[in-house]
Design a protein around this ligand. Structure first.
Ligand SMILES: C[S@@+](CC[C@H](N)C(=O)[O-])C[C@H]1O[C@@H](n2cnc3c(N)ncnc32)[C@H](O)[C@@H]1O
Length: 211
């Protein structure tokens, strides 16, 4: 049970036996499909915390060129992942944008958001909805209002045993509410964040045609 704000944000206690090593929670491809459909990333993407390359693989299926990095190495990667690279020290790449589901420890989601927003035209991060609160994050959002937030109205599942879950029941049905937050500087925009609510269940059939 979470007992302080950090634990509530991460959803697990720091010393929780259920917390996976390195905060390794691979993103189901349906979630990446939703980003591609509702807030299309540019052609050339960097995934700086790629894990086994679950986000990278689905972006590649959708026609993007993706270069993937991670601090840690994993077996059975779905695509080439360059390691060991600390995302906070990664030099800007020849790419137009960043897409990632970052690790949660050491305030890294906020720090990585600040870094990548300053370096790229497009930054998309898959985050728990609780990321919207907090004083330091208020500063991040005030200085850099997101262009888009895509709320997932049903819950994505991170507990599948599959290296890449494809079936609906392996991707939907988790415990924690997630969203994509996007900073897209490609279009002139009013400064107001566009908010969309998407149900994974309704997207599954269309996603299935991409696999
Ligand atoms: C929540 S998992 C997500 C993996 C992948 N982005 C995905 O969505 O499938 C976070 C990943 O961040 C990696 N990681 C942890 N600290 C890192 C760092 N400082 N730099 C780069 N990657 C890091 C972990 O090894 C893990 O693969």
């Amino acid at each position: 049970m979470a007992t302080n704000l950090t634990d509530i944000y991460t959803g697990v206690k720091k010393d929780d036996a259920n917390r996976r090593e390195n905060d390794f929670y691979p993103t189901p491809p349906l979630a990446t499909f939703v980003l591609g459909k509702y807030c299309k990333p540019p052609k050339n993407i960097v995934e700086p915390c790629a894990g086994r390359g679950n986000i990278s693989k689905q972006l590649q299926r959708m026609g993007h060129n993706v270069i993937s990095y991670d601090l840690n190495s994993y077996d059975n990667c779905l695509t080439e992942v360059h390691t060991p690279y600390d995302a906070m020290k990664l030099q800007p790449q020849f790419a137009d944008g960043v897409v990632t589901n970052p690790p949660y420890h050491k305030d890294l989601p906020r720090k990585l958001a600040e870094k990548f927003i300053s370096e790229y035209e497009y930054t998309a991060m898959f985050l728990r909805i609780t990321f919207l609160e907090g004083k330091k994050r208020k500063k991040l959002f005030t200085n850099n209002p997101p262009s888009d937030i895509i709320f997932l109205s049903d819950r994505v599942k991170f507990s599948s045993d599959h290296i890449e879950p494809i079936e609906k029941e392996d991707q939907i049905g988790g415990m924690i509410a997630y969203m994509w937050i996007v900073w897209d500087k490609r279009h002139s925009w009013s400064g107001l964040t566009k908010m969309q609510w998407v149900t994974l269940e309704n997207e599954y059939e269309e996603f299935r045609k991409t696999v």
